[in-house]
Write a protein that binds this ligand. Structure first.
Ligand SMILES: Cc1cc2nc3c(=O)[nH]c(=O)nc-3n(C[C@H](O)[C@H](O)[C@H](O)COP(=O)(O)OP(=O)(O)OC[C@H]3O[C@@H](n4cnc5c(N)ncnc54)[C@H](O)[C@@H]3O)c2cc1C
Length: 379
């Protein structure tokens, strides 16, 4: 994503690349093997400013545009897809608060957003409510001075170490319609419990948890956005979040392409480098084109966010194309490596597994197509 960088962006993106390749790349393989969490590098990520990339400078953030953010995240994803999703979710919650939080909330939460103590999760999905978040059953009931939350969220990224849970809960009986509210719930609230989800196929260094709420109290001043507008709050986060997942996919895809290129240059069969075979060249060429197209769709969506013209369709297009392309590219990367691509010693084996989740979380490819088709059909 180097094209068109100004001097400041080039410095930030170059720093991210250097940091990611020296500090994350090797650890990422270890996290994959042991399923230990990337949380061990949170202090370094905070130090680099990667926990509050788009938060305004007056609140202590880097104050970057979304375009710069995606370029930084791309470098992280190239070296560590697990760290990329961890940061993508935390930064998404920060960006969402930057849009919806009141002045007192902004100065309480966002001024510390770059610290490990603000590490955050986005808690919308439940076992029975994935693609259809409006079927969620977690409920918040009004009590004196706040709300009592009961229910269970599933698949929550950053859910083990997270200090905050941006939680969507139903705030009126189902019979009254789809009325939800967003709450910033403290991770140390009495009644809040987290359980790790084990056995993930990929992004094994990222934390995924079941989070349960048993009469968890959330004060009135921790409601985010208007009461009853929780769905709009959560969905607005996904407009940027989906671009973040597209970037995660593109980082994986670029790493796959680089692995393909080096292998094609060193592996000989029939007395010549396999890169000389047209079939291998076709896989490389198709991957290079799809990677370039993914980056353009991502930049287009990011620039719309920067222009204040948030465009959910542009975000969905970027996510749909980049994540499906990353899976095709990862498939080819394994194919180019032959049998060696099927074993863990070669990075493509892990990248192939890491790519798989990108077409699922923050809205499956089928849901992205639904968003796009509705817009194209003019509904
Ligand atoms: C590792 C991981 C991390 C995650 N992190 C988070 C997180 O931090 N916060 C959070 O809130 N959630 C998170 N999720 C949840 C994720 O967003 C959901 O898994 C996803 O939205 C899909 O929901 P589901 O798994 O319930 O599948 P379902 O919704 O049950 O879908 C099953 C299949 O049906 C298809 N389908 C469903 N509805 C339609 C439709 N209308 N038209 C066509 N096809 C349809 C889907 O595309 C899919 O193929 C995470 C999930 C995973 C696996």
């Amino acid at each position: 994503m180097e094209v068109g960088l100004d001097e400041e962006q080039a410095l930030l993106v170059g720093g991210a690349r250097e940091f990611a390749r020296s500090e994350l790349l090797e650890r990422d393989g270890k996290w994959d093997e042991t399923a230990e969490t990337v949380a061990e590098v949170l202090p370094q990520l905070a130090e680099m400013g990667f926990m509050n990339i788009c938060i305004p400078q007056e609140l202590g953030g880097l104050g970057c545009s979304y375009e710069t953010y995606v370029r930084i995240l791309h470098e992280i994803a190239y070296a560590s897809p697990s760290t990329a999703v961890t940061l993508s979710v935390h930064n998404m919650v920060g960006n969402l608060l930057n849009s919806w939080a009141t002045e007192p909330q902004r100065s309480e939460w966002l001024s510390r957003w770059g610290t490990v103590g603000s590490f955050s999760s986005f808690a919308v999905s439940e076992a029975g409510a994935g693609s259809d978040p409006a079927s969620c059953t977690t409920r918040a009931v009004k009590v004196d001075g706040g709300w009592k939350i009961n229910g269970e969220k599933m698949w929550i990224t950053n859910g083990l170490s997270g200090s905050w849970f941006l939680t969507m809960a139903r705030t009126a009986p189902k019979s009254e319609g789809k009325i939800f509210t967003a709450f910033m719930v403290r991770g140390d609230s009495p009644g809040l419990e987290r359980q790790p989800i084990h056995g993930k196929m990929g992004v094994r260094g990222s934390e995924t948890a079941v989070v349960s709420y048993d009469d968890v109290f959330c004060p009135d001043d921790h409601v985010v956005g208007p009461v009853g507008k929780g769905m709009q709050v959560a969905m607005s986060g996904l407009d940027g979040g989906r671009v973040g997942i597209a970037v995660q996919a593109t980082g994986i895809a670029e790493a796959c392409l680089d692995e393909m290129l080096s292998y094609a240059r060193e592996r000989k069969q029939f007395g010549q480098f396999i890169g000389r075979f047209q079939a291998i060249q076709t896989m490389i060429a198709d991957s290079a084109v799809e990677l370039a197209a993914s980056k353009e769709l991502i930049l287009r969506a990011a620039r719309r966010i920067d222009a204040g013209k948030v465009d959910p369709v542009a975000s969905s297009m970027a996510k749909l194309f980049a994540t499906e392309a990353a899976n095709r590219i990862a498939y080819r990367a394994v194919q180019v490596h032959g049998g060696f691509g099927y074993v863990h010693d070669y990075r493509v084996e892990q990248l192939y597994r890491d790519a798989r989740i990108t077409t699922i979380y923050e809205g499956t490819s089928e849901i992205q197509r639904l968003v796009i088709a509705r817009a194209v059909l003019g509904r």
